[in-house]
Structure formats: C-alpha cells, structure tokens
Design a protein around this ligand. Structure first.
Ligand SMILES: [Zn+2]
Length: 281
C-alpha cells in the first residue's frame, strides 16, 4: 500500500490556485501558507477566495489540506510581546484553516531561549489552549517536531507527548518531520529495527493515532547536527535507502505524507520528488 503522498505547494494568486500546483506535480494532498509565513500580520482570504477554494477543493476530490503557520510565531518566547504576536498570528492562521475546511494548521513549537525547559513548555501549553479556545470547531492544531538546537522545543517524542497531554484537547495533533528528527539525533533510518524502536516510543509517548502528517524531507545536514536544512529526496544524508526503510514502517501508512523540499529546479516540491517518494514504497 502507498499512503497519500502530497506536498507543500504554492498558493500565489489565490489560495484555490494550490490545487492547480498540486495537479501539476501529482500531489494527492496539499500544505499551503494561508497567509504570508514571513509576516506577523494575517491577511484573511475574502469570501470570494473562500468560495473559489471550496469549489476547487471539491473538484480535486476533497484531497487532504493542511496549512503551515508563520515561521515567526514562537509561543515559548520569554518576550511577552513576541508571545502575544505569536498567539495572534497562530489564531489568525487557524481561523483561515477553519474557514477553508482544512484539516489543520502545522506549526513549529518554538524556542524557550534562556528560560528553563519547564517554563517554556508551560508557555506553549497555555498558548495552544488559548488558540484552540479562540478558534472553536474541529480544525486541528498540529505540533511539528524540531531539529533541536537553539533551545528549540519538541525534539523528542517525550517532550511532545508531555505538551499534548497538558493541552488535553482531541484537536491537538502531531506532524513528524523526517529531516528534523534526523537532525535532532532521534532517528537514523539506516535499519528497520531502529525505526521500529523509535516509533514504538512515539506510540507510548504520543500515541501513533495522534500523528496525522509526515513531512517527508531529506536532510542537507548531518545526523544530530541540530541544524534544520531540507534537501531533495536522495540528495541528502537520509538518502533513498533511508526513505525505503521508513516506507516499510506500516504504522505510518495511514498518515498524509507531505514534501517540503527545495525541488530539483529550486522551485519547491516537484514531480520528481513525488516520484522518488512513491518508488520507496
Ligand atoms: Zn516540516
């Protein structure tokens, strides 16, 4: 069985255009930015945009849709203003996800900088609870594992499990990024036994049903580098063999796999990366 294989695609010129981008590369699921990832302010789609999006979504056969949050948002920041901005930004992006019936919003858990881990985690939990309260409904708030380094939170299943339990909402879910996990030193993908051990741990700490998406990215940096740099599949340190091994982990087959790679032409996820991923199964 081959899982649903999708990609982060461009939605420039209107959110609905994402479905055209997906079709071009053969993506069966999409991740998009609902609003600019480099800005604090959130631009909401117009009623007309939402209508167009819903109609194009239907036409696509209702493929899974995820949003990715702004890179600026850091719920764990020791700075109160930065935290307030993060809360506002993530609330806005989740509202957009809700308005277009996306499954959820993937976001980076953030960095506690020089705070104690305990204090930083508490801020994340409080922030997530506020965001979920600000945006009622069923849209999921999806925490992505990090590459560690720079006091980045969420580099281990234990830590993500702890956050999830404290948020205590069925809408809090997880996205597993293959490159981040490799860079964090969590998993090497060079043996099936190691992969099994790691996902047994995810099962115990987080619950595998709570992992809803896989970010399928090769890594430009070394194992345990703590340095987040995505690479095209087969061109990084995980390599084709690593993805072939991971594809054998059947417990991940009911997840939506999304590419976030630079692309062989530097234009983002492309048909070639999708084909490579498909060939790994
Ligand atoms: Zn990712």
């Amino acid at each position: 069985m081959i899982p649903i294989l999708g990609a982060h695609v461009s939605a420039s010129g209107g959110l609905y255009r994402a479905f055209e981008s997906a079709k071009k590369i053969g993506a069966e699921a999409i991740q998009i930015f609902g609003s600019s990832p480099q800005q604090w302010s959130v631009r909401f789609p117009s009623e007309e945009d939402i209508k167009k999006f819903k109609s194009a979504h239907k036409e696509s056969g209702n493929i899974p849709v995820f949003l990715h949050a702004s890179y600026l948002a850091n719920l764990a920041s020791p700075n109160e203003i930065t935290r307030a901005n993060a809360l506002q930004s993530l609330t806005g992006h989740l509202k957009i996800a809700d308005s277009i019936d996306a499954q959820g919003l993937v976001f980076h858990i953030g960095s506690g900088k020089d705070q104690s881990k305990e204090d930083a985690l508490k801020l994340v939990v409080e922030g997530c609870q506020k965001i979920l309260k600000n945006v009622p409904g069923k849209t999921q708030l999806i925490l992505e594992n990090s590459s560690a380094g720079g006091a980045k939170l969420g580099a281990t299943p234990q830590e993500i499990g702890q956050i999830l339990k404290k948020i205590n909402s069925p809408r809090a879910k997880v996205c597993f990024d293959t490159a981040h996990a490799f860079e964090a030193g969590m998993i090497e993908y060079d043996s099936l036994a190691k992969i099994k051990t790691v996902f047994d741990e995810w099962g115990r700490e987080v619950g595998l049903a709570n992992i809803v998406a896989i970010h399928a990215n090769d890594s430009k940096t070394l194992f345990a580098s703590h340095n987040d740099r995505h690479e095209n599949l087969g061109q990084g340190h995980i390599g084709i063999k690593g993805f072939q091994n991971l594809a054998k982990e059947k417990r991940l087959h009911n997840k939506v796999w999304l590419l976030e790679v630079p692309g062989f032409d530097g234009l983002g996820p492309d048909k070639k990366n999708i084909e490579i991923l498909k060939s790994c199964f």
